[in-house]
Design a protein around this ligand. Sequence first.
Ligand SMILES: N=CN[C@@H](CCC(=O)O)C(=O)O
Ligand SMILES: [Zn+2]
Length: 410
Amino acid sequence: MLIINIKQLVGIREETSLLKGKAMAELPYLDNAFLRIIDDQIVEYGEMKDLSEKGWDNEEQIDVAGQYVLPAWCDSHSHLVYAGSRETEFVDKIKGMSYETIAKNGGGILNSARLLNNTPEEELFHLAWQRLEEVKKLGTGAIEIKSGYGLTVEGELKMLRVIRKLQKESDVLIKSTFLGAHTYPSVFKDNHQAYIQQIIEEMLPVIAEEQLADYIDVFCEQGFFSVQETEQILEAGIRFGLKPKLHANQLHVSGGVQTGVKYKAISVDHLESIGEAEIDCLKESNTIATLLPSAAFFLRMSYPPARQMLDANLPLAIATDYNPGSSPSGNMPLLIALSCIQLKMTPEEAINAATINGAFAMELHNSTGSISRGKKANLILTKPIPSLAYLPYSFGSTLIDKVLLQGKWV
Ligand SMILES: N=CN[C@@H](CCC(=O)O)C(=O)O
Ligand SMILES: [Zn+2]
């Protein structure tokens, strides 16, 4: 397949490296370009003026005059498998109740866990499949999905098996994360060690045996998992072959960032509550800082200091955090707009954070995240637009014309 007359082919990289600080402002492109795809792979690209000499006249051609072509989004943090919505809590929050108070009253994550444990695996799969189909149309081509709404041995394994079935059946590239340590189930409220032992002795061995997860995550936060508890769980996860990714510094300066760095986490995610010490700590590491501004937006919290982090030469990724409690949206175009508007990232920085750096945060950078020969043909074709900045500028508009995943139209 040949895509021709591309107004601008965006995110071209033959060298795949994690982008940090100033480098995030550069988004290489070609004007008036073509792109050649064979099966599920990008095989060639170039300028239209050089196309005639290639001798590909007999190939299927798709003329996209006026349209931009970008790599599909890489959403590196989601909780897309869940059983039911929580709009009642949404209204409670409007009326003044805080996220923490709702959680203390048995709402929040525990509410989702109750629903999930009462929902059959097939139904859960069906619900998650519908959400995945929805985000595909918005341009998502790779996604990380966490467990963490089971909080029982059966519930956690059920979630991870649903994720595995999604991996097998969807053309979206999917990574799986075990988040048994999302919160303490009510029965273990006063006996944290008993739940941690359940995670270590009853969940992790099965997860490792059945290869149900790539990563281990912990909600390291006041009122959830302390630094010491987080360390204990991460160490066990690592023994079972899982790499850490962490929920860190969402509600308080929790020590999550330092813990993530200490255990060489692939990423530390959220970071609404960070200061100089956390930024300095990240500077000395290879850990990616993943920002989830739609959660801060939805919970009316202050945003992470993205500009300060870019000035400190950190690598930033952005992700939707798609979940029923703090970000009931998997809309990457909206997330990119939010990142520009509220985090003051430039369109180029936000797109890099949502593509190549997101791919790194899932260790999928050799397969996706940029327009590169040999990578998956995971592409977004925009409607005709005047410039790249028009995408986040006209937030809320549907500007995606078509999406191609692994060489097939969505
Ligand atoms: N903060 C922890 N976990 C999710 C929210 C979970 C929920 O409220 O259901 C998050 O990343 O925002
Ligand atoms: Zn999350």
